[in-house]
Design a protein around this ligand. Structure first.
Ligand code: HEM
Length: 179
C-alpha cells in the first residue's frame, strides 16, 4: 500500500487538531461577557488560527511538490472527481477562514500579536464597514468548513468500514515493524 509521506501525515493531523481547537475556542469565547478571560481566549484563538495559516501554507507546498498516492481502482471516476473537489475546497477554506479572521481583527482596529511577542503586519486599516463584512465572512466560511469537515470524516469512515479500502490507512502513520 502506498501511503502519504511522513511530512504530509504529520501536517494533516496537526492542522486537524488545531482547526478543532480554533473552532472550539471561537465558539466558546464569543458568548462570554467581556472579561480578562475573554480577551485571553481571543488572543489564544488568533494564535492558533495564525499557526493554522502558516502550517497550511507549508502543507500546500508539500502537496504540490509531492505526488499523492493514487486512488484505489475500486473508486469510480466521479467519486475521485468529488474527492478532489472536496480536497481543493478544504484547502481554499483552510486559507480563507484564518485570513478572514485576521482581516476582521485589523478592520476592527485590533492588532494580531503572535504569542504576545510579534506584531503581524496590518494588511488593512481600521474600517467599521469592512469590520462587519469580515466578521460575517469569517462566520460563514467557518460554518461551510465545519460542514465539509464532517463530510470529509464521514467519507473516510465509509471507505474504511464499508468499502474496506486503504484510503484512511494511507493517512495514518505506519507503526508496523519493518524489521
Ligand atoms: C482555522 C482557523 C480558525 C477557525 C476554525 C476559526 C473559527 C472561529 C469561530 C467558530 C468563531 C465564532 C464565530 C461566531 O459564531 O461568532 C470565530 C470568531 C473569531 N475569530 Fe476565528 N477562526 C480561525 C482563525 C482566526 C484567526 C487567524 C483570527 C485572527 C487573527 C481569528 C479571529 C477571530 C475573531 C476576532 C473572532 C470573534 C468574532 C466576534 O467578535 O464575534 N480567527 N472564529
Amino acid at each position: 500500500m502506498q501511503r502519504y509521506s511522513g511530512k504530509s501525515i504529520l501536517l494533516h493531523w496537526l492542522v486537524a487538531i488545531l482547526i478543532i481547537a480554533a473552532f472550539a475556542l471561537g465558539t466558546y469565547m464569543t458568548d462570554l461577557k467581556i472579561s480578562p478571560t475573554k480577551l485571553k481566549l481571543y488572543s489564544w484563538h488568533k494564535w492558533v488560527g495564525v499557526t493554522v495559516l502558516a502550517l497550511v501554507a507549508i502543507r500546500l507546498l508539500v502537496r504540490l511538490f509531492n505526488t499523492a498516492p493514487a486512488y484505489p481502482n475500486s473508486m469510480k471516476t466521479w467519486e475521485k472527481q468529488i474527492a478532489n473537489l472536496a480536497h481543493i475546497t478544504l484547502y481554499v477554506l483552510m486559507f480563507g477562514v484564518p485570513l478572514s479572521g485576521y482581516l476582521y481583527s485589523y478592520a476592527a482596529g485590533f492588532p494580531v500579536v503572535y504569542l504576545g511577542l510579534i506584531e503581524l503586519p496590518a494588511l488593512i486599516t481600521p474600517d467599521p464597514t469592512m469590520k462587519d463584512s469580515f466578521k460575517e465572512l469569517h462566520e460563514i466560511l467557518t460554518n461551510v468548513m465545519l460542514l465539509l469537515v464532517i463530510l470529509h470524516i464521514a467519507a473516510a469512515l465509509k471507505h474504511h468500514f464499508i468499502d474496506r479500502d486503504n484510503i484512511l490507512k494511507r493517512m495514518l502513520p505506519d507503526f508496523s515493524n519493518k524489521e
